[in-house]
Design a protein. Structure first.
Length: 296
């Protein structure tokens, strides 16, 4: 290919189309557990975390529910993924060899939120959430019906491989994906660019500005106990017993079990088999299953 502005623009369109096609068709699972929140600045403050709404009989004036219980802040971060294409590969019409690379760039961009989300989950045993406790902890503080402070646990203990249970039926999800700038394809592909002069290559890449953060711990439960009927049942019972401030039931109903590949067989049997351990499987079809290598 002759190197000129028109041909470089045409090549850029092809690389971008390859990137976008792979991005649009690549599978991603982050939206099963996280809610996307648009961001308009360097960070966002989620003052409503820690507050819950409830209906009451309308007697007298309305009672305004104040969503300023938390100053939980998620700061946006920049992410990039960059590749170089040698000038001689374009001159020798070898640019087609790069198409799989640009496809992978699109797949990487689509699945990057998955990587961030599951890293966040794995760190949930030591990562703090809005109430100052670990996201998965045994003593989240809540206000009981009598006004005293009580503790709620969303961690089943143990020291084995972690598995997770979620209620994803609510408008609010357990995790926040905060986006300031979505993933975009960018290029330095002009002969006047420094990279072309100094390194005789053209630069292409993708970047984004976003972050993930913990939202409502009451919609999530983690355990490092062996995944079996007893521990799964205990997790379900604990979640369905969660209350908000004032002792009000939250109607939490766990419906998504998330496991790493090492627990896939156990999880499928627990959720799909009619018989488990010579007994009728009372937990059959009680949750969807998500198996993800990001938890390895």
């Amino acid at each position: 290919m002759i190197i000129n502005r028109q041909n470089l623009a045409f090549l850029n369109m092809g690389f971008k189309a390859t990137f976008q096609g792979a991005f649009d068709t690549a599978p991603s699972v982050w939206n099963q557990i996280a809610m996307e929140v648009p961001s308009t600045g360097k960070q966002e403050v989620y003052g409503w975390l820690g507050s819950t709404t409830r209906f009451r009989e309308w007697i007298g004036d309305r009672q305004v529910q104040n969503f300023s219980a938390s100053d939980w802040t998620i700061k946006n971060k920049k992410f990039e993924n960059t590749i170089g294409v040698k000038r001689e590969d374009i001159e020798d019409d070898a640019y087609g060899l790069y198409r799989p690379v640009f496809s992978q760039l699109g797949i990487d961009a689509k699945t990057h939120p998955d990587e961030l989300l599951f890293d966040l989950l794995k760190n949930g045993f030591t990562g703090l959430c809005y109430d100052g406790q670990y996201f998965f902890d045994v003593d989240h503080p809540v206000i009981a019906a009598d006004g005293s402070t009580a503790s709620i646990s969303n961690f089943g203990g143990g020291a084995g491989t972690a598995w997770y249970l979620f209620d994803i039926s609510k408008a609010v999800k357990p995790i926040i994906l905060q986006k300031r700038q979505d993933y975009r394809f960018v290029a330095l592909n002009q002969d006047t660019d420094d990279n072309a002069f100094w390194r005789d290559e053209y630069i292409y890449g993708a970047d984004a500005r976003l972050n993930v953060g913990y939202a409502l711990w009451r919609l999530a439960y983690a355990s490092k106990q062996a995944l079996d009927v007893a521990s799964y049942g205990a997790a379900r019972a604990a979640m369905m017993s969660f209350t908000g401030d004032g002792g009000r039931p939250l109607n939490v109903t766990p419906n998504l079990l998330v496991v790493p590949p090492s627990l896939e067989a156990t999880a499928r049997q627990l959720l799909n088999a009619e018989i488990v351990g010579n007994n009728t499987n009372i937990y059959r079809n009680t949750a969807q299953l998500l198996v993800t290598p990001w938890l390895n």
